[in-house]
Design a protein. Structure first.
Length: 315
């Protein structure tokens, strides 16, 4: 089933601060429609009344592995290809262009995902759904708040804790998805490298949305990409100074340094793996909160000044 169908048109090219050119997408017709499949999904009478009052997320612990057509998120790749720059060493997002012309697409893409029923999907389809919803909402909220130069206050503020999303009657925030659903019901540490942080120090945008049939290979690729990204893991003697993306999400590793170190070794390239061989403990390293933003040269609007130090170890 297609999560959405959306025709794009290239509107113009702008000169970027990196010296490259990016075609900015103008949405000329918006037809984001959540198609539940050719056969309507079954309902679950009594799901709401039977949900434990002290655990509103319990309904998402179940899955249905009955074979069904995978959800098609290809439209996300179209969006990303026009509004994300991949050839600068790290991916950068044109938040200004998104705010000006692509807000309706994100609104409808996020709305379409929220019409789906995760508990009626298999676990891999569920995982793809949650990560895709999370990443789309991160870009959506960041674009809405733009311009910002440093994203620390945004990520650690109400935009991430506000329960502005909802599936099957359950209100959700970005923090709820990361900690109460992905960590509790999936617990796969590879997920952390697939969850977008709108900062230079965070995981990069992937060219395609996660998809149920390919989710394992995509998570492997995301983990390898992020762990080997400059500054994410810095080894000094027997200590690994690691991005707070990992150290502040220790629930994915059972709170154990040994499991985190093992995960890093699994995806490290040979040079980094050799350094990790002597590591016995983990500390939180530096993190660059500079927005992962493409700023066209003609954009001269004032931006907020940098916070003290310009960098932080929070996440």
């Amino acid at each position: 089933m297609d999560i959405a169908r959306l025709p794009f048109a290239l509107s113009r090219s702008v000169m970027l601060s990196t010296g490259a050119a990016l075609a900015i997408a103008a949405i000329i017709a918006l037809q984001a429609i959540a198609q539940q499949s050719t056969t309507p999904m079954p309902t679950m009478p009594g799901a709401e009344p039977n949900r434990p009052a002290n655990d509103p997320f319990a309904i998402f612990a179940t899955a249905d592995e009955t074979p069904q057509a995978p959800i098609n998120y290809d439209v996300w790749g179209e969006f990303v290809s026009k509004l994300v720059l991949f050839d600068s060493g790290r991916t950068e997002i044109s938040y200004r262009a998104i705010k000006q012309s692509a807000g309706p697409f994100l609104d409808n893409f996020v709305t379409a995902i929220q019409t789906l029923r995760p508990e009626l999907l298999g676990k891999k389809e569920q995982l793809a759904l949650w990560v895709n919803l999370y990443n789309a909402q991160v870009i959506r909220v960041t674009a809405q708040k733009y311009p910002v130069r440093y994203s620390e206050a945004l990520v650690n503020g109400p935009a991430w804790s506000e329960q502005s999303l909802g599936l099957n009657g359950v209100k959700l925030s970005l923090n709820d998805i990361r900690t109460h659903i992905l960590a509790r019901y999936f617990g796969d540490p590879r997920i952390l490298a697939a969850l977008l942080v709108p900062a230079q120090g965070g995981p990069q945008v992937q060219k395609k949305a996660l998809a149920g049939p390919t989710v394992d290979a995509q998570l492997d690729a995301a983990a390898a990409q992020y762990i080997n990204q400059g500054g994410v893991v810095v080894v000094k003697a027997d200590v690994a100074y690691v991005s707070p993306v990992y150290t502040l999400n220790r629930m994915y590793f059972g709170g154990e340094d040994a499991r985190l170190i093992s995960h890093l070794k699994q995806f490290a390239k040979p040079k980094l793996a050799a350094k990790l061989a002597t590591v016995t403990r983990v500390e939180t390293g530096k993190f660059d909160w500079t927005l992962n933003d493409i700023i066209p040269r003609q954009y001269n609007a004032p931006l907020p000044s940098a916070p003290s130090g310009g960098q932080s170890s929070g996440s």
